[in-house]
Each structure stands twice: as structure tokens, then as C-alpha cells.
Ligand binder design. Structure first.
Ligand code: ZN
Ligand code: ZN
Length: 297
């Protein structure tokens, strides 16, 4: 009789991450260092999503003349590591209503495995610069005074109005860090994520994401520092009820935080009733089972 070895459970679990920033934008580490670190952490599917170039060139976006090298280096690594990890080419694309979205000419002749749609900027302030929603609180506060007379509720409502126009326009795969503005808004006593008007605003945005058939990212970047994911954990049950397909991403900028917060987030999603999350399999987003130890199969 053959002596069967018990199956090694560890080997059937894996992690994935489709939101990462390397040296091509504001991440710390080369593409290859991120690949090596991902492999070491049990990540089997890894996507690069540098900040897409913007016409006014913030310090943290990819410069437009670097894009060709981004693709060349990606293709080299995809081939070199094909037996250890599946690599994907993406970008995190800013939606700025009067300036940037995925319909811009830059994207017309280019092919990606996926795109993330995110908002980091809202409207132009009187100095001509866009107001950054995740800026340092002092800069956030002066923009709030300039644009909204200091009214945080108006600002948050405007943020979700812009989010809705990004989602309505579409053209990308994943909605990035849905409620990131809540971190800075949380500095104001007039704001709490538990307020009725706010919960309604987020719920309406989630319903729109569902109607538009988009994937929603559960972004773990602020979990260790602020204790919240984007979207906030309080919305997990609603997201599950609405049957919105989700993908857990770390939005890593460092080699060390490629899968930060994944175990606790996978566990929280499971508790909220999720049975699957989505993965890129043969160029298609498909539901894959998971538990707190990772993705299965
Ligand atoms: Zn972002
Ligand atoms: Zn990012």
C-alpha cells in the first residue's frame, strides 16, 4: 500500500495584491524588489499600480516619459518570475473632474490588465492648486476654509458627488480607497462616520458601484495607523448584502507592507458574511474562496 503524505495545507493558500507603488512613482523599492518581497510573503498574484501621470506633475505620480520603461521592466519580470508569481500591469488613475480620468488620450493606445480609479484631489482652490483630500491636516484645513468655508459636511458631500461622477463615467476596473477623506474629516468634531447623513452617502455610492458592475477595493493601508480600512469596516455587511465583488489590496509603498493587515481583514470580511473575493484569472475577474489564512486554490 502506498504511504500517502497528508496534504500540506499551507501550499493551497495564497495572497494577492493589485495595489502597489514602486520607484516608478512614490514607492520605495524597485519593481524587482517588490516582486522578490511578494514571493517571500506567499503572494501569488501581484499587480503594479503606479500613480498615472498627471499634467501638473505632482511629486508622487509617474512622469510620462517613464511609462515605456515601466512596461519594459514589467514584461521582463513577468517572464523571469513566471513560475513563482503571476504579475499584472495596472495603474492607479486619478479622477479629477476637469483634468484627469481614464478617457484621457494617454490611455488610448495602451493595454493594461486592470486600472484602479481613485480620488486624491477635489476642486481647485483660489491659489489655482487642487485641494488634496489626503494632504497633511494643516493643508487640508486651509483648503476646507478656502473652498467650503470650513464646512466639513459640505466637503464630504462634494467628495462623494465627485466619486459618483467617476463611477458613472467608468472605464476602470477597481474603485480605489472609497472613503479616504474620512481620515482627515475625522479631525473635525462636526464629523463622524456613524452620522446618518454620512452612512446614507456611502450606501448610495456603494449602490452605484453595484449598478455599474465595478470591483470595490478593500484597502488596508491605514489599518495599522488608524485602525480602519477603506471602506471602513462598518460597511462590510452592507457591501456583502449588495453582493459587490471585492478585492483586498494593501496600497503598499514599502517592501515590508505588501500584505499588511490582510489576515485581520480577511477574517473581518468572513465574519461579515463574505464567501469569496475576486481575482484575475486568465484576464478575467473571478470569485475565489478565502478564509483568514488566505485565498484558496
Ligand atoms: Zn491612492
Ligand atoms: Zn495607491
Amino acid at each position: 500500500m502506498k504511504n500517502y503524505q497528508p496534504m500540506d495545507i499551507k501550499n493551497i493558500y495564497y495572497w494577492s495584491n493589485y495595489h502597489s507603488h514602486c520607484q516608478f512613482c512614490d514607492g520605495h523599492g524597485s519593481m524587482e524588489e517588490f516582486v522578490a518581497s511578494a514571493i517571500a510573503k506567499g503572494v501569488k498574484k501581484f499587480g503594479f499600480s503606479s500613480h498615472a501621470p498627471l499634467s501638473f506633475n505632482p511629486s508622487w505620480t509617474m512622469k510620462v516619459d517613464k511609462f515605456a520603461d515601466y512596461v519594459i521592466e514589467f514584461e521582463r519580470l513577468k517572464l523571469k518570475y513566471k513560475d513563482e508569481i503571476e504579475l499584472f500591469l495596472g495603474l492607479e488613475v486619478d479622477y479629477i473632474h476637469d483634468c484627469s480620468d481614464v478617457q484621457n488620450d494617454f490611455f488610448k493606445d495602451k493595454k493594461f490588465d486592470y486600472l484602479i480609479g481613485s480620488i486624491h484631489f477635489m476642486d481647485r482652490m483660489s491659489n489655482g492648486h487642487y485641494w488634496g483630500i489626503d494632504a497633511e491636516i494643516s493643508a487640508f484645513d486651509s483648503g476646507l476654509k478656502d473652498l467650503f468655508d470650513g464646512d466639513i459636511k459640505l466637503a464630504v458631500e462634494r467628495f462623494f458627488e465627485i466619486s459618483a461622477s467617476m463611477i458613472n463615467k467608468g472605464g476602470f476596473d477597481i474603485v480605489g480607497h472609497l472613503d479616504k477623506i474620512a481620515i482627515n474629516a475625522g479631525f473635525y468634531k462636526e464629523f463622524s462616520t456613524k452620522m446618518n447623513w454620512y452612512e446614507t452617502l456611502v450606501a448610495e455610492t456603494l449602490q452605484l458601484i453595484k449598478a455599474k458592475n465595478l470591483l470595490l477595493e478593500i484597502n488596508t493601508r491605514s489599518l495599522s495607523k488608524h485602525g480602519v480600512s477603506f471602506p471602513n469596516q462598518q460597511f462590510y455587511s452592507l457591501i456583502n448584502d449588495l453582493q459587490i465583488p471585492v478585492v483586498v489590496n494593501s496600497d503598499c509603498h514599502e517592501l515590508t507592507n505588501i500584505k499588511d493587515g490582510f489576515e485581520v481583514t480577511f477574517e473581518a470580511l468572513k465574519k461579515a458574511g463574505f464567501k469569496t473575493m475576486h481575482q484575475l484569472n486568465n484576464s478575467e475577474w473571478q470569485a475565489v474562496e478565502f478564509d483568514e489564512k488566505g485565498l484558496r486554490g
